[in-house]
Design a protein around this ligand. Structure first.
Ligand SMILES: [Fe+2]
Length: 354
């Protein structure tokens, strides 16, 4: 399978992965041949990427750090937990912990696998998919830092619920696509405090998890909010959640900006080491993410186009690429794979499908 921007998907292509709604229903199934009406549906759902199948890439599997089943279950549970808060219930800490523990367990087992995911998520369900992604990315960082299971679980719950306060901000402001007025911006920023208050009052949520909500918009150099904390005054859990939050937001289409490619998001994060983020945390964070995820379509320095098929921890920026088109954009049919880590002349010039 390979990953394409929805703009580049045409009728007749075959969907390689199912598209789920946040409540776990399959919206479009794997194997489905894309017709114009499905394309319209995907556009209406505002999906950024889809994985498609063709004979050149049929054998390429995109390994994930957590199973599809766990991810779908986690998103649907995050939705349930967070939406019940919206209608005034307290956070179902038992459920949040169950989901965070499930993800922590899977991530401990898959440790060593690089993050390849670029979600097929719909815009309406952004917050829930984002919460789960932040939980996954934060937990992986905690594992790299050598956290024990207890800390991983508190970090996981905090990461999963870091934005729960968003549901206490009027939806008209949260979903506004135009520029926010200063008053509206101030209101959105209160989500950190709202989330903290809700979690802090809950005897089943650890205070450290609650601090992920309170401090995930603080920045290492003191430029964040709500309290302009600096450096080690910001709880390390919250600093990790901040990294995961910024990274995941960069790789998604949001109302004011299109998704940036993974390698660019990683470059932005790396550049912010020492200003927004603690360099000691940036390193373990980026170490877990594949800059050119498996399934990405890339242009090589000699203008040939290929799909990333394999990647190793040691040479993350030099993956194995299967050529699918020559320098004149003519499709090639024979199997040509180039291991860029063993070829010093060639490199990735560009990500064709972002
Ligand atoms: Fe936030």
């Amino acid at each position: 399978m390979r990953r394409l921007l929805l703009d580049n998907v045409t009728a007749g292509m075959k969907l390689a992965k199912p598209l789920y709604s946040a409540d776990g229903r399959i919206l479009l199934n794997a194997g489905l041949e894309i017709k114009d009406r499905y394309l319209d549906r995907l556009r209406n759902l505002e999906v950024t990427y889809v994985y498609i199948e063709d004979d050149l890439t049929a054998d390429i599997d995109v390994p994930d750090v957590v199973s599809e089943k766990a991810r779908v279950e986690a998103v649907s549970s995050a939705k349930q937990v967070m939406e019940s808060v919206k209608v005034g219930h307290k956070v179902d800490a038992t459920e949040a912990k169950r989901v965070a523990n499930m993800l922590v367990d899977e991530l401990c087992r898959s440790h060593g696998t690089l993050v390849n995911f670029v979600d097929m998520r719909t815009k309406a369900d952004y917050l829930f998919g984002h919460s789960v992604n932040v939980c996954i990315l934060a937990t992986m960082t905690g594992i790299s830092l050598g956290y024990d299971e207890l800390r991983l679980r508190d970090l996981g719950v905090g990461a999963l619920l870091h934005d729960v306060g968003k549901l206490m901000v009027p939806p008209a402001i949260v979903n506004k696509t135009d520029r926010l007025t200063p008053d509206e911006l101030a209101e959105v920023r209160k989500h950190a405090m709202y989330g903290f208050e809700t979690l802090r009052k809950n005897p089943d949520v650890s205070l450290m998890s609650a601090h992920c909500a309170f401090q995930h918009h603080e920045r290492y150099d003191g430029s964040g909010y709500p309290r302009s904390l600096r450096d080690s005054d910001i709880h390390q859990f919250a600093q990790i959640v901040a990294l995961a939050d910024v990274y995941d937001a960069l790789t998604a289409d949001v109302s004011y900006r299109q998704a940036v490619p993974v390698y660019e998001a990683l470059a932005i994060i790396t550049k912010a080491a020492g200003t927004y983020f603690d360099p000691e945390l940036v390193e373990p964070f980026v170490a877990n993410i594949a800059p050119y995820p498996i399934g990405s379509v890339v242009r090589l320095s000699d203008n040939r186009v290929g799909v990333v098929v394999d990647i190793s921890h040691e040479s993350k920026t030099k993956p194995v690429v299967r050529v699918i088109a020559d320098e004149h954009k003519r499709r090639i049919n024979e199997l040509v794979e180039i291991d860029l880590s063993k070829n010093s002349r060639l490199y990735i010039a560009d990500v064709v499908e972002r």
